[in-house]
Design a protein around this ligand. Structure first.
Ligand SMILES: [Zn+2]
Length: 369
């Protein structure tokens, strides 16, 4: 098979236009290269042998030289039984990657055409694939942890003017308190959830120097784990830390009482007092965790508008993935996404969604379960 100009490593930057100009066959071979790293060799999903398997061009499939299993580039992935063509699938993956905050199903529909539900399930299959293939290795080194309130905001009252006492409940001085329910406000909206983000900070530096404190500028967070909880209580928080953070790591949090046992659990605990500073004099901060919440808020306010608790973890892991690959180039992001898709296997919740298949349980993290 001859190498195509868009497949070679020094190819021109991949764009929406270059994908749009591909034929369906070219898009299929591009996906094959993304999946197997080469346009000439394939890995049989049945027996796992890497070889130049028999190419059945008319059926757009390969047949294994060893076990005679027939497979395509999407075999064993959530897109195994999709009805859209390969170019449309590639366009959808590309649109998902290049939109830094995520892409709404209606917006995707304007790119690939078809029905709304096609785009809707396609995007959810991507989120599910990212969620299922999140690396389970424990975070180590410096880990920043924080929780953020999402969804289920109480509606504004019918009357515009509030009494003096009600006005006092939300401190106006700190903008970050804006989205939190005022203390003592009960009941909370039943849809309110806390997303807890744990981010491992890279020890590498960019080579540049911070002109204010003379310290080298780091590369920020490289790995993120997220969980959805009912509240940021110490039972859930401690169970999360035990599960996801290697002992003797350094944990940075804010002054929330839920984190008061972190030192007793065998970690080094560095605290930043958010009511007076964003970074302590020693340089302790949790700005990478805040960076995740910043992107998450832009996604759930600006793009998705309404995220229900049932699927909140999907959106949170999507945003975590976007944060982690933020510094990589588009082709690397695309390769990373497609390798996740290939590892995820058939979709459990989204296969047959339009025929009534639904996720039955909410993916809530419970520390005492
Ligand atoms: Zn085989």
């Amino acid at each position: 098979m001859t190498a195509h100009f868009w497949l070679s490593s020094d190819a021109i930057t991949i764009t929406q236009e270059s994908i749009g100009a591909m034929t369906d066959e070219q898009a299929r071979l591009f996906l094959a290269e993304l999946r197997w790293g080469s346009a000439d060799q394939q890995i049989c999903p049945e027996c796992g042998v890497l070889d130049r398997h028999y190419h059945i061009r008319t059926r757009k499939q390969w047949r294994c030289k060893h076990c005679f299993h027939t497979f395509s580039v999407t075999s064993g992935t959530p897109f195994a039984d999709r009805k859209i063509g390969y170019r449309k699938l590639l366009l959808a993956l590309f649109a998902f990657v290049i939109n830094q905050k995520g892409i709404a199903a209606l917006a995707l529909r304007r790119i690939i055409g078809g029905q709304y539900r096609t785009s809707f399930t396609l995007l959810h299959k991507l989120r599910e694939a990212i969620m299922l293939t999140t690396c389970q290795d424990q975070l180590e080194g410096v880990v920043e942890i924080d929780g953020g309130h999402f969804s289920g905001r109480k509606r504004k009252g019918r009357k515009k003017k509030k009494t003096k006492k009600e006005n006092k409940q939300v401190p106006g001085k700190y903008a970050q308190h804006r989205n939190k329910a005022p203390q003592g406000a009960f009941p909370f909206h039943p849809n309110r959830r806390i997303i807890i983000a744990l981010r491992e900070i890279s020890q590498e530096t960019t080579g540049a120097i911070n002109k204010y404190n003379g310290k080298p500028i780091g590369k920020g967070a490289t790995r993120t784990v997220v969980a959805v909880c009912r509240s940021e209580n110490n039972v859930d928080v401690e169970a999360l830390i035990r599960k996801h953070v290697a002992t003797s790591s350094t944990i940075r949090t804010d002054e929330m009482p839920s984190y008061s046992n972190v030192k007793l659990m065998g970690y080094i605990h560095e605290v930043v007092n958010h009511s007076v500073e964003f970074s302590s004099d020693e340089g302790y901060n949790e700005n990478q965790a805040e960076s995740f919440f910043s992107r998450m808020r832009r996604a759930c306010i600006g793009i998705y508008h309404r995220i229900t608790p049932k699927y909140m973890l999907d959106y949170a892991t999507e945003t975590a993935w976007r944060e982690d690959v933020r510094r990589k180039d588009t082709k690397t992001q695309l390769t990373e996404l497609f390798s996740r898709i290939c590892r995820a296997g058939l979709s459990k919740d989204w296969k047959g969604y339009c025929h009534g298949n639904r996720r039955q349980v909410e993916l809530l993290f419970q520390g005492n379960a």
